[in-house]
Design a protein around this ligand. Structure first.
Ligand code: HEM
Length: 398
């Protein structure tokens, strides 16, 4: 390999997998553009990085999303940007409120959101399925989970975009974009603060009330930590599920026989979701920074080197997934990598799996088949996430 790959080039945005395969073969840890970050492309190296936070810190994530002009970003203070031991304290407090009983409590509500969403989809005419289905379900779920009024749900994705990509891609002279990001931070702080106040006065059977009551060794979450966690839910819980649903529909659009098989036997949906997440992982990269000089994949990385653990490459690593470019419902092999590994393993994995399962189950009830719309589909990519941007299709009634 000679030239550096640019992960954000139109070619890699549309199909990064040939480039990932070439990197795994000839330079498994190598610098990529933009910015010369070090890409980690093989599964074994990816696991090594994610298992060793003392060598590979998550702090850079926070710094990148918190430029001085913003005046503070709650996402940048959330646990995804922390290392042990600070990370463990927050995770301990939060994961109790995010456990199996919370998921069981949520399932009927998630199903109801999916049913309402699918009932309103137009049948027999072209529709870009992303906004009214793939985006609407996770925003309703996260908004509801946080106790926000439905009138605010449509704003959540915009806030999430502004406090991540909107902050990291802004140029010094783009004053209007800076103001938009500052406004988003102020607005979400205000709305989250109101919900916290309301639940303090009158606790309910919901996540926010559980978080307010969570205690470890007599210690509870501070107001700043609560708002940071809510900002993390916006960023971590919406676009990821949007891309999981977009990828599921794309796979099914290209495989009508698979659509018919799953529709007839819904018990196959969980295995289908796992393979969709391996084949088109919504999170293509987990960012880290080296805390000291370290040897990885035959390369000596200096202290402070920014890394991208390319989950999107590791899930196609031929050493673990034979014929990894083929979608295979019967595939065996490691399952959890699309949700990360180690201390930061996705807290929302059970919720994401539930949302995807119910969203598909309900769609199969009303829709008999899919076909492409006239317009071409588009891909969306940032350094961290990748997935379907728009997907014009026709839904045929059952
Ligand atoms: C298919 C959907 C999803 C995928 C593929 C996904 C993927 C991931 C990955 C790869 C990480 C680790 C990042 C790292 O190591 O730097 C992560 C962390 C996290 N995710 Fe998810 N996620 C999904 C859905 C969700 C949902 C629905 C929620 C919440 C409602 C959520 C909440 C979180 C949180 C809070 C963390 C941080 C955990 C920590 O720092 O300890 N995720 N996710």
């Amino acid at each position: 390999m000679t030239a550096r790959y640019n992960l954000l080039s139109p070619e890699l945005k549309t199909n990064p997998y040939p480039a990932y395969a070439e990197m795994r073969r000839s330079a498994p840890v190598c610098q990529v553009d933009p910015g010369g970050m070090w890409a980690v492309t093989r599964l074994d190296d990816a696991l090594f990085v994610l298992k060793n936070p003392q060598l590979f810190s998550s702090r850079g994530f926070g710094a990148a999303t918190n430029p001085p002009w913003l005046g503070g970003n709650p996402f940048s203070e959330s646990m995804i940007t922390l290392d042990p031991p600070q990370h463990g304290r927050l995770r301990g407090l939060i994961s109790r409120a995010f456990g199996a009983s919370a998921m069981a409590r949520m399932e009927p509500r998630v199903r109801a959101f999916a049913e309402q969403t699918v009932a309103e989809l137009p049948l027999g005419e072209p529709v870009d399925i992303m906004p009214p289905y793939a985006l609407r379900i996770p925003t309703s779920v996260i908004g509801d989970m946080m106790g926000l009024s439905p009138s605010l749900h449509a704003r959540l994705k915009r806030w999430a975009d502004l406090i991540t990509g909107g902050v990291t891609t802004v140029r010094p002279d783009e004053h209007d974009r800076k103001q938009l990001a500052r406004d988003a931070v102020a607005e979400l702080r205000g709305c989250f603060g109101e919900v916290l106040e309301a639940r303090r006065r009158e606790p309910a059977e919901d996540l926010v009330s559980d978080l307010l009551q969570a205690e470890v060794d007599g210690e509870a979450l501070t107001q700043g930590e609560l708002i940071a966690f809510m900002a993390l839910l916006l960023v971590g819980g919406i676009e990821t599920v949007v891309h999981a649903l977009g990828a599921a529909l794309l796979v099914l659009l290209e495989r009508p026989e698979l659509w018919a098989r799953l529709r007839a036997d819904r018990s196959l949906i969980p295995a289908f979701i796992e393979e969709v997440l391996r084949y088109e992982p919504p999170v293509h990269a987990a960012p880290r920074t080296t805390t000291q000089e370290v040897e990885l994949g035959g390369v000596t990385l200096p202290r402070g080197a920014p890394l991208l653990v390319l989950l999107g490459s590791a899930t196609r690593d031929e050493a673990h997934f034979p014929d990894g470019d083929r979608f295979d419902l019967e595939r065996t092999g490691p399952k959890h990598l699309p949700f990360g590994h180690g201390v930061h393993f996705c807290l929302g994995a059970p919720l994401a799996r539930m949302e995807a399962r119910l969203a598909l189950d309900v769609l199969f009830d009303r829709v008999g088949g899919l076909s492409r719309g006239a317009e071409p589909m588009t891909w969306h990519r940032t350094l961290v996430v990748r997935g379907v941007g728009s997907l014009p299709i026709v839904l045929h009634p059952a």
